[in-house]
Design a binder for this molecule. Sequence first.
Ligand SMILES: Nc1nc2c(ncn2[C@@H]2O[C@H](COP(=O)(O)OP(=O)(O)OP(=O)(O)O)[C@@H](O)[C@H]2O)c(=O)[nH]1
Length: 315
Amino acid sequence: MMTVQELMTPVGTQVNGGQSLIEVLALMRRNQHSCAVVMDGDRVAGLIREKDLVSVLAQVLESGRVEVGRAADVMTVNPVCVPAGASLLEALKRAQEYRQRQMPVLDDRGALVGMITHTDMAQAYIQILERQTELVSVNRVLRAESLQDSLLNIGNRRAMERDLKVLATHPKRRFALALLDLDWFKKYNDYYGHQAGDRALQRVCETITGHLRQGDTLYRYGGEELLLLMLDTDLEGAWLGASRVCDAVQKLRIEHAPSPLGVLTLSAGVACEPGAGISQLIASADQALYYAKTHGHNSVIRGRPVAEPDITPSS
Ligand SMILES: Nc1nc2c(ncn2[C@@H]2O[C@H](COP(=O)(O)OP(=O)(O)OP(=O)(O)O)[C@@H](O)[C@H]2O)c(=O)[nH]1
């Protein structure tokens, strides 16, 4: 937090009580200060502010006599001062409490070290607010980035966990999961190179997201494994949804020479068990995916927690 010391004008206009008001005014004008501090030796004896000068002027106008006195006759005695080490908040509160627009700033020994005005404080406060607004928007961007997979432009595992946690708090909401995995992708990387592998993954993701129903979401589960969250559906609906995206990827006909199918394909495990916990669902989808991988690849398998998974090829 900023202190008064950092915000104040280091040297204010200083006069002594015996000086004539004409001299005081000339000094204030030269320094472009809206007030002058009246000193009694080292001690602050008073303050001459614009409103003190206005009342002198009013008296002159009312009486018709031009009689300009000395600083000590006009000053506000024992003005409210603020310590140099006070925080901006403390100074603002003090100014507010005593309705002060200008306050002399004193050091530890009570000696005058500067002046702080309402404008100085308001400007500093505005700066703080601007910085805070900036920080809020930077945080928003960082937060969004921390939930996004930078390669595939889809939610990452953290985003998936966050969304699944929210779903778990709505036990009546029906939803299903599919774990999707590229077939023989290690061979793809080995054959075409890792960068080509990245590009293939990106195309696959773009294709899947282009084939999703509204409300369904694709996340990067880890490596080349993706998780598709499907809302308001049952096992059959989820199987159809997963089959649709797997078909779409196969239809891209991305060459995959080392694959027995010659093109890039997906395998998937689908799970939907109303009442089951999230980790149970994922385990069920994972089991089904494992089954697909060990039984020829390129298929979408329904997960079953108790019995053997059902094998139904996607095409
Ligand atoms: N290019 C690229 N490769 C990735 C990425 N993430 C994971 N992989 C690779 O994906 C491959 C997955 O290999 P495996 O888990 O052995 O499975 P697979 O070769 O697809 O075999 P199956 O699962 O039986 O079809 C590994 O070689 C990983 O390095 C990625 O972001 N980019």
